[in-house]
Design a protein around this ligand. Structure first.
Ligand SMILES: [Zn+2]
Length: 532
């Protein structure tokens, strides 16, 4: 009752050179690897299915170690403005969408970035009013920390000149004190509260859309954080159980649990670990700080381009320690978002104070700004660094102004972490960056955008192709202590494979981006098939 996979190259990724041309799998596991001839001979009585790679190259299944699956699905479904470089273009795209919407329905778009416009200015709500006065319009900024709305939406949200800024938010107003339609941070809640409510059907559609896109990109799994953003966390979890049922739809999804819902989920009877054949509940997610873009990442020293601030801590040092202690009471590992070096210091203090239970491993997500003393302490902890190589390609060169030369020497330092023997996993943080293993690998190896010709930002930190591939395979597995069963093509490992039409090892980096996924296999089942 086994399957022979043959007809191409197999890259097991245990060493850089290793390759063979066939794999035999049974009951969801890899039984043997080697030459087609030898496997056909040895397993002739057990081969009941044959799958031809048609000259493609098979890798261990890729796993995105950090993203938001539902958010990614929402982004695909909504109008995406992140590549739009002029206000005129933005308005014409919105107008086109509005023409397809019944009157009164919300027109929602994501990702505008005024830095791409000339001049670099956020439009006024009046410009959205010219697009449509029959629909409330909400356009989120690329960072999701701000949104622009039209007058219709502003009125539905009850925002007028008399409404003051809410705590943690700002309502942009003109010289006469009239709202311009541009809302920052918590002020966005006025609009969110009147937007169409999120129900199970909405979440299911977004998750399915996301799942299909991830299979198409070659992902066999992902570590995803969604449970605290859509109202009812139990409903959100049930949607995951329905969509990723582990039978018809297989995907190795590891769900991070926001710290505010960790105990409620436990009380509702959910335990850490497998929920079904391919779905599992993972670590407690904690936010340590914000991001460099809005200068909310928490730094030890003030920002180089704004000495009045060193960022924002989401939790004070002592509070973070308490939150980690609570996770330990629930016998759970933690996954802490840390971008600035002071946020990292707080996180390391907390992890040292409360180490994970035996057999578990914590993770730190993003790790953009570090310092030698903190890396020395990290080296001694059971922790995996969850990095997003694409941030280097996307966020440089403006990051250099935020941080200045000195700090830059130990920022985004993937190679340094690896050379110190600290395990690293690779993710996209979608919907912030596109989830695509080829883009992630390209960024880790070149440290520049595709098509650019310079030698990369902080070129000493470039990874080799082999190292970059391992971020998304065995690296992601190690973030959840599964490196003995996932992330390699090896006897006893899960039959999760990603097949490309060509061998990345024989191509130049910019050529990788033209490779096509021909097959995505999870638990021996083909979830995406574009073989010819
Ligand atoms: Zn994230």
């Amino acid at each position: 009752m086994g399957t022979l996979w043959f007809g191409g190259t197999v890259r097991p990724l245990d060493t850089e050179e290793a390759s063979f041309n066939a794999v035999f799998t049974e009951k969801g596991k890899i039984v043997a690897t080697g030459s087609e001839e030898a496997l056909r001979d040895e397993y002739r009585n057990r081969i009941t299915r044959e799958e031809n790679l048609y000259g493609g190259t098979m890798y261990p299944g890729f796993t995105d170690s950090h993203l938001h699956m539902i958010g990614h699905g929402e982004k695909i479904q909504r109008l995406d403005l992140s590549e739009v470089t002029s206000v005129d273009k933005m308005m014409s795209l919105l107008k086109e969408s509005a023409s397809r919407l019944p009157d009164g329905k919300w027109l929602i778009a994501d990702g505008f970035n005024e830095n791409l416009f000339t001049p670099a200015a956020v439009p006024h709500r009046r410009e959205l009013d010219r697009v449509t006065s029959e629909h409330p319009v909400v356009v989120s900024r690329v960072c999701r920390h701000a949104m622009l709305v039209n007058t219709y939406a502003l009125e539905l949200g009850g925002i007028d000149a008399a409404v003051p800024d809410p705590p943690g938010g700002k309502i942009e107003k003109d010289n006469n004190g009239v709202p311009t339609g541009y809302l920052h941070d918590q002020a966005q809640d006025y609009i969110r509260h009147v937007m169409p409510s999120i129900d199970g059907e909405y979440l299911e559609k977004a998750l399915l859309t996301s799942l299909e896109d991830l299979w198409e990109k070659g992902f066999t799994g992902a570590h995803t954080e969604d449970l605290n953003y859509y109202g009812d966390h139990i409903l959100t979890l049930k949607v995951f159980e329905n969509v990723i049922d582990g039978e018809k739809r297989k995907f190795r999804a590891n769900l991070l649990v926001h710290h505010e819902v960790a105990r409620p989920l436990r009380e509702a009877g959910y335990q850490t670990g497998q929920l079904n054949r391919t779905l599992e509940l993972g670590a407690v997610k904690i936010f340590g700080d914000g991001a460099l873009g809005g200068r909310t990442a928490l730094l030890r020293d003030p920002y180089s381009d704004d000495p009045s601030t060193n960022g924002v801590s989401i939790h004070q040092r002592e509070d973070l320690i308490k939150i980690v202690a609570t996770a330990r009471e629930l016998v759970m590992p933690v996954a802490i978002h840390t971008i600035g070096d002071l946020a990292l210091e707080y996180a390391v203090d907390a992890l040292e104070a409360h180490p994970p239970p035996e057999g578990m491993r914590d993770r730190l997500i993003h790790l953009q700004v570090t310092a030698p003393d903190l890396l020395d302490r990290l080296q001694k902890l059971p922790v995996v660094l969850d990095i997003q190589p694409r941030f280097v390609a996307s966020d440089f060169p403006w990051v250099e102004q935020r941080l200045g030369k000195d700090r830059l020497s130990h920022s985004f330092a993937w190679k340094t972490y690896m050379n110190m023997g600290i395990a690293c996993a690779g993710g996209s943080d979608a919907p912030i960056e596109p989830p695509d293993p080829l883009l992630g690998i390209h960024a880790a190896v070149t440290r520049r955008k595709p098509g650019e010709s310079h030698s990369g930002y902080l070129p000493d930190e470039k990874l080799t192709l082999f190292e970059a591939l391992r971020l998304f395979t065995t690296g992601s597995a190690s973030a959840i202590v599964k490196e003995q069963e996932r992330g390699l093509i090896k006897e006893g490992y899960t039959a999760d494979f990603t097949v490309f039409d060509r061998d990345l090892f024989e191509l130049e980096p910019d050529e990788w981006l033209d490779c096509k996924v021909t097959m995505t296999v999870v638990d021996e089942s083909i979830m995406y098939d574009k073989r010819s």
